[in-house]
Design a protein around this ligand. Structure first.
Ligand code: C2E
Ligand code: MG
Ligand code: MG
Length: 721
């Protein structure tokens, strides 16, 4: 393990120095190690001993027997000058006169002689005692100092040990590098934080382990720090973990290059990878749609803003695609939210796969997606991208063994002028999408300024439609269908009319599309069924042969995916007292194609209760042939576009012949639509068409007029239809 490069004091307490030996002797001599009573005992014993010695051996001086010095000195050393004085007085003035005269060299003459000797003895004793006391004080100071040094050293060592333990055990990583980034020291936590081997990585370059994109930050910080000693900086960088991953470290870098005990840049680093990941996750959650993982509206708005700023700098064009899933709501209602969610996920994945070249794709609403293209060049024409999306969405989505058909309608807003704001672009793309939906589903439309008023008109229609139902502004017109060759009315087609308070009589072409896209068609359709069935039943009730007439009612795509359709039809029939056999429901090929599986199921159910099914506008769809083999159908209504030219050009006639052949193969009843002229009628009859409908025979008419017509004309029985 490498040591922290801090200096340590080397002074150690040495118990065998001469100084110490002297101290030991001194404390022994001065009786310092003895307790006060023990020392008193020793001194008393020595005093008595000095008397005995003086008595028998005599004194060594002519002043006082020198044996007396010993206890006096000791008493002085142990108990100070007062102790020495007391001992000297006792020895000299108490014992002295008791001694025989020959003890001293000069025999004492008198007590005064003893007193003068005693005083001299006390003075000398005091002097020597003071000397010893001085030496002892010095020695004690030395010892005290020594003790202080030892205490200081111990404290220092403890402090260093504490600091070292802190560094060694710190969860943070402490690294010291020189100004080139070479690691001089690192704390053991490097093994935990970066998975590095402490020994082998010390001495290597820290910079080499920093992520390439963060190395410039390192250099900037080092350049800044070396200018000023002691300054610190906080930075975040990615450092390579031993397992190859990148860990984000937050480091406080301090310049301690000039600190001799450190001599480098100190990095106090904390691993904030998890924190960063969490932050990133939260950021992601805030700016992404949880379901599809695409950017959300907020992030898209940011992308768009940035793109617009770049556009103003670089002068490059922008395009915005607004993609809306057709019939998503119906799918959601019919199959449930789990399937709806799965559909959205798959739709998002399909968008991503189709629009790799897009700069941003976002989910900005329930079933709405926005796509941004920057620097739009001819090669990356957004129209081509829109076509690709529409094509991709033409394929069914496979969800839980179900084939779900959901087309996409797209609005495109181009930033040709280079002055559009983000809101303008989004609104324009939205309006263009709306415009695309109005004609039919699965199309795109590029925004144009005229769209605005057109869409406002449509919105007005939408508002008016809701009111129209409440105000009972709708009316049913009936157009007779004439059977061949009898020429009698076989049935009627119910066609809706809107008596608008301001606009007068409004034809279905002007509002059915709006009703369809806004969803009101379901209520209008229900009203139509209820009303037409009841009225028709009443009109035909009193008419001769009226029971044999049938009623044909148009169904929209939305109505077909309405889960309550069967109930609606049954209740309409029941309320009207109309036999199910007398009702035909007309649907177009595109309605069937929108969701073949659902169409098959619903039409089978309807046929199950006796209702007949007609394919309206036949021939204008795409998969006519395969459709007939799959879908339960009774009647084909040949579109007016074939009928118009049938008497003049061979091509329509050929097509009608082919349709009639096909119909007879499948055992289907045939009706020609839009017959306006006698020639057309003749050719159609010649080709074998079984019935005709058109202005040539009768225009659509109100109920009262139909009543009169039925009273007048003969009707043919149902059995022949
Ligand atoms: P459609 O079902 O094909 O109805 C026939 C349309 O052709 C009717 O137009 C009718 O007036 C018109 N027509 C009939 N004979 C001739 C003719 O000889 N020449 C010409 N030029 N036109 C002829 P209308 O009533 O305007 O209805 C247009 C379409 O609106 C209908 O076409 C149908 O798709 C839809 N529609 C009408 N009523 C309803 C309804 O109650 N529900 C739904 N979902 N759609 C309806
Ligand atoms: Mg029709
Ligand atoms: Mg038609």
């Amino acid at each position: 393990m490498n040591a922290l490069p801090v200096s340590r004091p080397t002074a150690q307490a040495n118990t065998t120095t001469p100084r110490h030996l002297f101290d030991r002797i001194l404390s022994a001599v001065t009786l310092a190690d003895l307790s006060a009573p023990a020392a008193l005992g020793v001194i008393a014993a020595l005093t008595v001993l000095s008397w005995v010695a003086a008595y028998f051996l005599g004194g060594g001086t002519n002043v006082a027997p020198h044996w007396f010095y010993i206890p006096v000195f000791l008493a002085g050393l142990r108990f100070g000058p007062l102790g020495a004085l007391v001992t000297a007085v006792i020895s000299t003035f108490v014992a002295g006169p008791l001694l025989p005269a020959n003890v001293a060299t000069n025999t004492p003459q008198a007590l005064s002689d003893w007193v003068s000797r005693g005083i001299f003895f006390v003075v000398i004793g005091q002097f020597v005692t003071q000397l010893f006391a001085g030496v002892r004080r010095l020695s004690e100071r030395e010892v005290h100092l020594q003790a202080e040094v030892e205490l200081g050293t111990t404290e220092l060592q403890a402090r260093e040990a504490r600091f070292s333990a802190l560094v060694q055990n710190s969860s943070d990583l402490v690294t010291i590098v020189d100004r080139d980034g070479t690691i001089l020291f690192q704390s053991p936590s490097v093994a935990r934080v970066l998975g590095w081997d402490l020994e082998s990585t010390t001495g290597t370059s820290l910079v080499a382990a920093i992520h390439g994109s963060d190395q410039q930050l390192w250099r900037t910080i080092v350049d800044f720090l070396v200018e000023d000693a002691g300054v610190e900086k906080v930075a975040e960088w990615r450092v390579r973990h031993a397992d190859g991953s990148w860990r984000v470290l937050q480091s406080i870098v301090t310049n301690l290059i000039h600190e001799s005990s450190v001599g480098g840049l100190v990095l106090n680093s904390r691993d904030i990878t998890d924190q960063k990941a969490l932050e990133e996750q939260l950021r992601h959650q805030a700016f992404h749609d949880q379901l599809t993982g695409l950017a959300n509206r907020a992030l898209f708005a940011e992308h768009l803003d940035q793109a617009l700023r770049r556009r103003s700098r670089m002068g490059a064009g922008l395009a915005l695609l607004f993609v809306d899933l057709d019939e998503f709501k119906a799918v959601n209602d019919l199959h449930g939210h789990t399937l709806g969610d799965e559909l959205l996920k798959q739709a998002a994945a399909r968008l991503r796969a189709t629009l790799r070249d897009a700069d941003a794709i976002a989910r900005i609403g329930g079933d709405e997606f926005a796509v941004l293209f920057e620097g739009v060049a001819p090669g990356s024409d957004p129209r081509i991208a829109a076509e690709r999306v529409i094509e991709a969405f033409a394929q069914p989505f496979r969800i839980k063994a179900l084939d779900v058909f959901v087309t996409a309608s797209i609005g495109i807003a181009l930033d040709d002028s280079g002055t559009e704001s983000a809101e303008d672009l989004l609104r324009n793309a939205d309006l263009a999408m709306y415009a695309a939906k109005t004609t039919s589903r699965g199309r795109y439309e590029v925004f144009s300024t005229g769209m605005h008023s057109m869409i406002l008109d449509r919105m007005q229609v939408e508002v008016d439609l809701r009111r129209a139902l409440d105000e009972n502004e709708f009316e049913v017109y009936y157009q007779p269908i004439v059977e061949h060759p009898s020429g009698a009315v076989g049935g009627v087609e119910a066609l809706i009319r809107w008596n608008h308070p301001d606009r007068g009589l409004v034809m279905p072409g002007e509002f059915i599309g709006v009703a369809e896209s806004s969803g009101t068609i379901v209520q209008i359709g229900e009203w139509m069924l209820q009303h037409a069935c009841k009225e028709f039943a009443a009109l035909t009730r009193g008419v001769a042969g009226g029971e044999g007439l049938y009623l044909s009612v148009n169904m929209s795509t939305r109505q077909l995916s309405d889960p309550l359709l069967l109930n609606t039809v049954q209740s309409a029939l029941a309320n009207a007292g109309l036999d199910a056999k007398r009702l035909t429901l007309e649907i177009t090929e595109s309605t069937v194609m929108a969701d073949v599986t659902n169409a098959f199921r619903v039409l089978t159910e309807l046929r199950g209760i006796g209702v007949k099914i007609a394919i309206d506008d036949f021939g204008t769809g795409y998969s006519s042939l395969s459709l007939l083999s799959e879908i339960p159908v009774d009647t084909l209504k040949i579109d007016r576009s074939f009928v118009t030219g049938v008497a003049k050009r061979p091509e329509p006639a050929r097509l009608i012949r082919a349709i009639l052949l096909l119909a007879s193969d499948f055992g289907l009843h045939t009706v020609a639509e839009g017959v306006e002229e006698r020639d057309q009628d003749e050719v159609l009859q010649g080709l074998g068409c079984q019935a005709s409908q058109g202005f040539y025979f009768a225009r659509p008419m109100p109920a009262t007029q139909l009543g009169e017509l039925l009273e007048r004309d003969s009707c043919i029985p149902m059995g022949t239809v």
